[in-house]
Design a protein. Sequence first.
Length: 103
Amino acid sequence: MSTFAIIETGGKQYRVSAGQKIKIETLEGIPGAQISFDKVLLRAEGDTVTIGVPHVAGAAVEAKIVRQGRDRKKIVFKYHSKTRQRKKKGHRQEFTEVEIVKV
């Protein structure tokens, strides 16, 4: 019997189930703090599927913040041939890693 949900946070959607760890856009909070996601788009428990319009009423996903961090550096390189024009820039995106406690 699999239970999962699709939540929305940081402008993205994630399929989550209990015990799973995911990296999401930065949220306020210290490691160990409990948070709740109330924007649940879909909830499935066994053969029962509830689809929200746009969100499932009264549904929430409980999670715990594991750590705050910064991802690996992404290189942004722009190049124009024949003009000796090059631009190199690096970017590190901040994230929050959460562990899903209860769906």
